[in-house]
Design a binder for this molecule. Structure first.
Ligand SMILES: Nc1ncnc2c1ncn2[C@@H]1O[C@H](COP(=O)(O)OP(=O)(O)OP(=O)(O)O)[C@@H](O)[C@H]1O
Length: 257
């Protein structure tokens, strides 16, 4: 049997004296989309930050494709093929879309004396257009500075950048925090399609959202947190929205009580 793409066991997390997570077991398999749900303060962002290396857990273990790892920073998790999409927070505002999509992968061309050193914006634009086409994502023209985009367009660019970074990797994991929060109808459909396409390529996807219809559309399985504990872990096909809402609000007893 193949190992999960990402597996967390017995994760505890405290902020000072505040307990945010207690003994969380979580996994996502290659090609699987797991919706991570819970009310405000349930611990979703904290768990996502543990997965992305932004927080070190107070206890528990993390495995990537079966191998135990310790993340000291987000670059450690990125090296292990895990990409966190921080919505629009990590975009460089004055730069255009293609430059933002190319951060860390700039195409350089030779200068007049034969030295490498000029950023080849035209080649980067062409590559970005091809990458977005492949992902089925439409935004604004590549030359538009990100600061001139709408909140929804920025969110799509941030998501596309994460998707591009994992799309070449057979073992990639994509962590999405509220990817449709600022989106209208058409952009939400694009993001749903993008999530499905990435999963079909074998990327493991963790989706934190308050958007239950989005979860029913794209998730294979949902994990529900309530006050820092896991209260449900169930295939979407085996449950119904009322039950999920019950676990989120606490009206329904934990599966693990
Ligand atoms: N930096 C912090 N310092 C202290 N406590 C924190 C910090 N971040 C989160 N918490 C606490 O940890 C718990 C879980 O918060 P977390 O942000 O993970 O919840 P969440 O499920 O993502 O909520 P939301 O849906 O509102 O974003 C809450 O009790 C919160 O107050």
């Amino acid at each position: 049997m193949t190992s999960p793409a990402l597996e967390l066991s017995g994760i505890d997390m405290h902020y000072g004296y505040v307990g945010a997570l207690a003994g969380i077991d979580f996994h996502v398999n290659p090609g699987e989309v797991v919706g991570l749900l819970g009310d405000n303060g349930a611990g979703k962002s904290t768990l996502l930050k543990v997965m992305s290396g932004a927080h070190r857990p107070s206890g528990g273990t993390i495995r990537v494709h079966g191998k135990e790892v310790q993340f000291h920073s987000p670059s450690d998790s990125a090296d292990a093929g895990i990409q966190m999409v921080y919505q629009d927070l990590a975009l460089v505002d004055p730069q255009d879309i293609s430059t933002n999509l190319s951060i860390g992968r700039e195409i350089l061309r030779k200068g007049p004396l034969g030295w490498l050193g000029f950023v080849d914006r035209k080649a980067m634009r062409k590559r970005s257009e091809a990458e977005l086409d492949r992902l089925g994502v439409r935004t604004a023209p590549m030359t538009r500075p990100v600061e001139m985009l709408s909140g929804g367009q920025r969110q799509v660019v941030a998501l596309a950048r994460g998707a591009i970074r994992v799309s070449g990797e057979a073992n990639g994991v994509l962590l999405l925090d509220e990817p449709t929060a600022a989106l209208g109808y058409e952009q939400t459909r694009q993001v749903e399609a993008l999530i499905r396409r990435m999963a079909a390529q074998g990327v493991a996807i963790v989706l934190v959202t308050h958007n239950l219809p989005l979860c029913s559309e794209v998730a294979d399985r949902v994990v529900v947190l309530n006050r820092g504990s896991k209260v449900a872990d169930v295939a979407v096909a085996d449950t119904e929205p009322d039950h999920i809402v019950g676990w989120i609000t606490g009206a329904r007893a934990s599966q693990f009580a």
